[in-house]
Design a protein around this ligand. Structure first.
Ligand code: PLP
Length: 357
């Protein structure tokens, strides 16, 4: 896509940077935010001039609709820096399209593409010192939209804020992950908002996840709401199973989020000759495969962790462990995807996006 430099932005620079107070070697994911943020208001039926200003608290009325009716959607993306100080993003148009798809479902007005890219790229250029070189270092980018109009009438707001905040991130090992297959809770229903990155989807996951944690699991694998017989998604990740040498993942639909990491992985795996089956995956199939040894791997995919291996799962009180592998698909494809992201490998599919100086 062509970068469009013709969009006017209101820019106020932070008087000082807090970057020197940040320990980049010991970053907790999503705890520290950069010097600036982007805010764009929607009022009188139109998105106003995007502003970039110092990161800090914003004022909202207590009656703002987001607090009462959860009209809020978000995205998660990353920027990377290569050895030559170029800043790259990975398939950002996909994130842009998806936040508008999410917004549409929540009756939030869609955001213009040229505003999104002009404001995001300017923000990244202002924060370029926060994007550290080195494989695994990145800047996590969180665009989101909230309904700000005051009023407790249950109807969509007429005022919104589209914002972008950024947080430096490091890839780190988050320990072994064991998951519980959900037997009763659901994250999404047919006809619902599961396919949208709607804030409420995540708030609703915390309680069942806490129950799973109390039983020694780190995460829940959500099953379909009707029968709880089919495996659909991990917490905020899509889920893959490797049975012998075939990868299996559920098809996306109105309950399952269409992950960019998921679809990128499917493409690079197929290109390498690995068979990928996109089809419903039953709990029974995975339990049987774990018992007969044909289940080799389980992993989640998502922007934050890229690929997150899962060592075992629990279902109906039984625990199943996977044998550690020396050559896992998870490790292999994670490295392959990241090399494309960091401009260390050929980009056959045209996924990298250069932030032009
Ligand atoms: C964001 C998200 C994913 C992963 O999507 P990516 O585009 O790969 O980051 C998967 N499932 C859910 C529920 C998500 O919110």
């Amino acid at each position: 896509m062509k970068n469009d430099a013709t969009i006017a932005l209101d820019i106020v620079k932070a008087p000082t940077s807090k970057i020197n107070s940040v320990d980049f070697e010991n970053l907790n994911f999503g705890h520290i935010f950069t010097d600036h943020m982007m805010i764009c208001d929607y009022k009188n039926g139109a998105w106003q001039t995007p502003q970039i200003k110092p990161y800090g608290p914003i004022q909202l009325e207590p009656a703002a609709k987001v607090f009462h009716y959860g009209q809020a959607v978000f995205e998660g993306m990353k920027a990377f820096k290569d050895d030559k100080d170029n800043i790259w993003m990975f398939r950002p148009e996909e994130n842009f399209n998806r936040i508008n798809k999410s917004a549409h479902r929540l009756a939030i007005p869609e955001f213009p593409k040229e505003y999104f890219f002009a404001a995001l790229e300017e923000l990244l250029k202002m924060e370029k010192d926060w994007i550290k070189k080195g494989f695994g270092n990145s800047l996590y980018i969180r665009p989101f939209v909230i309904a700000t109009e005051p009023g407790v009438l249950a109807a969509p707001g007429t005022e919104y804020k589209f914002m972008i905040i950024c947080s430096p991130a490091k890839s780190y090992y988050n320990g072994e992950v064991r998951v519980q297959f959900s037997e009763s809770f659901s994250r999404a229903a047919d006809g619902g908002v599961g396919y949208a990155k709607a804030a409420g989807n995540y708030g609703a996951q915390f309680y069942p996840t806490n129950l799973a944690k109390a039983e020694g699991f780190q995460q829940i694998i959500w099953t379909d709401a009707n029968s709880h017989e089919f495996l659909e998604e991990a917490g905020t990740m899509n889920i893959f199973f490797r049975i012998n040498d075939t990868l299996v993942t559920a098809p996306t639909n109105d309950r399952i989020l269409d992950g960019i990491t998921r679809k990128s992985l499917i493409q690079i795996a197929e290109e390498e000759g690995v068979k990928v089956e996109v089809r419903r995956v039953s709990v029974k199939e995975i339990v049987d495969a774990a018992k007969d040894g044909s289940l080799k791997e389980i992993f989640g995919t998502g922007t934050a962790a890229v690929i997150n291996p899962i060592q075992g799962f629990g279902y109906k009180g039984e625990k199943y462990e996977l044998k550690p592998l020396t050559e896992s698909y998870a490790t292999h494809f994670k490295e392959k995807l990241m090399k494309i992201q960091y401009n260390l490998a050929e980009d056959k599919f045209g996924w990298r996006y250069l932030v032009k100086e």
